[in-house]
Design a protein around this ligand. Structure first.
Ligand SMILES: [Zn+2]
Length: 377
């Protein structure tokens, strides 16, 4: 069940409807715009683009929250102060104190329009409809229940991410300056509204860039379990059903091919070896799949290999070279993870023990190599 409040103060008489108690909202019982006494809040609502009536995926939520941070950062450069930053359960919230009469709703509306023009795209939209004085707002600490929980589209608690100790009232002038930056000061025409709606339900999927790495082929060849592609900042994005960097991380990893063909891969989980905070992991990812696929079935224990390795020096470096030559297709040290990994037939997994087995095998085979040396002398 969703619980909503009217952030702006209402006339006191409304207490006669429900005197400080909670119950379902009856028809025509909602607070009307005219029953609000003052505009106390500038409300910002950031929604990830997805089919209507469903909860956001972790990826969509993260995109919305990062857009929230971007916009609030921008507003601070324009003189706004003291934002509550929240998570609505499916997107981002920003709340800043204002103190305006009801006659100024059009000013608030223009502010939202200006932000929408500047920051909305096919990934995250700024809701331009939350300007009215009796606007409902998700109550923090209560569950957002859009649709049924399905796979990673779970019901989440709306919550406050950060809030100042106290809120200073943002002066009318900063809102006016923001509103003035919109392309037209008037309300959106019906056709503009229609355009926005169409864009929201059907974001276009750009074609694969020409002469770029064939991501679809790569996914197909290695039977990588992904969903997508989805449109993403002019390019295309895939989401892994399971994080390839850390098993059990959930559906947190992504692969993006931008319009110019550049590829980015990573995981949204901050502590994952593939965390996108530590850079682009496309190279790792490719190594992970192609390194394993390379020579996987090739017999590496033949007499020919023994003879070749027999010529390597009997030193630690020589042993390291032998390990690489014999088992490098299935066993390697991954610098980014600071760990030994083995290929389990599907993916690379961290395994100190597995690597030790390959190392022991390498030592054991020194005898076979020795036989070749004796034969040749
Ligand atoms: Zn991960």
């Amino acid at each position: 069940m969703g619980i909503y409040i009217t952030p702006n103060p209402c006339i006191r008489t409304l207490l006669a409807r429900r005197n400080n108690r909670l119950s379902y909202l009856g028809r025509d019982e909602g607070t009307k715009d005219s029953e609000v006494v003052n505009l106390n809040w500038l409300l910002l609502d950031f929604d990830p683009v997805r089919p209507s009536g469903i909860s956001a995926s972790p990826f969509e939520l993260k995109a919305a929250l990062s857009r929230t941070e971007d916009v609030i950062g921008f507003l601070k450069t324009k003189g706004f102060q003291d934002f509550l930053v929240g998570c609505s359960g499916n997107g981002g919230h920003g709340m800043a104190r204002i103190n305006l009469p009801l006659t100024d709703t059009s000013l608030v509306k223009s502010c939202l329009k200006a932000l929408d023009e500047k920051f909305s795209d096919n990934v995250v939209k700024i809701d331009t409809s939350v300007w009215n004085s009796a606007q409902l707002w998700k109550l923090y600490g209560t569950l957002a229940c859009k649709g049924d929980p399905f796979e990673d589209r779970v019901h989440r608690l709306a919550h406050v991410l950060s809030a100042p100790e106290s809120f200073c009232v943002n002066p009318r002038e900063v809102l006016e300056a923001l509103a003035a930056s919109t392309s037209s000061a008037g309300p959106p025409s019906d056709s503009e509204k229609r355009d926005k709606t169409t864009a929201k339900t059907a974001p276009p999927l750009p074609p694969a860039p020409e002469n770029a790495f064939d991501i679809e082929g790569f996914i197909h060849q290695h039977q990588i379990q992904v969903e997508g592609p989805f449109p993403w900042e002019g390019g295309r994005r895939w989401e892994f059903n399971e994080c390839p960097w850390r098993v059990g991380d959930g559906r947190t990893a992504f692969l993006i091919q931008f319009a110019n063909g550049a590829i980015s891969a990573g995981c949204l989980h901050d502590t994952c070896p593939g965390s996108h905070g530590s850079g682009n992991h496309w190279k790792d990812l490719r190594d992970m799949f192609e390194g394993g696929a390379l020579n996987r079935d090739q017999a590496l224990h033949g007499a020919e290999l023994d003879a070749a390795l027999a010529r390597l020096p009997q030193t630690e470096f020589g042993l390291a070279d032998r390990l690489r030559e014999r088992h490098g297709n299935v066993c390697r040290y991954v610098e980014a993870w600071k760990a030994w990994c083995v290929f389990d037939g599907v993916r690379w997994v961290q395994s100190q023990c597995g690597a030790q087995d390959y190392a022991k095998d390498t030592i054991r085979r020194l005898q076979d190599e020795g036989r070749h040396l004796e034969e040749n002398t």
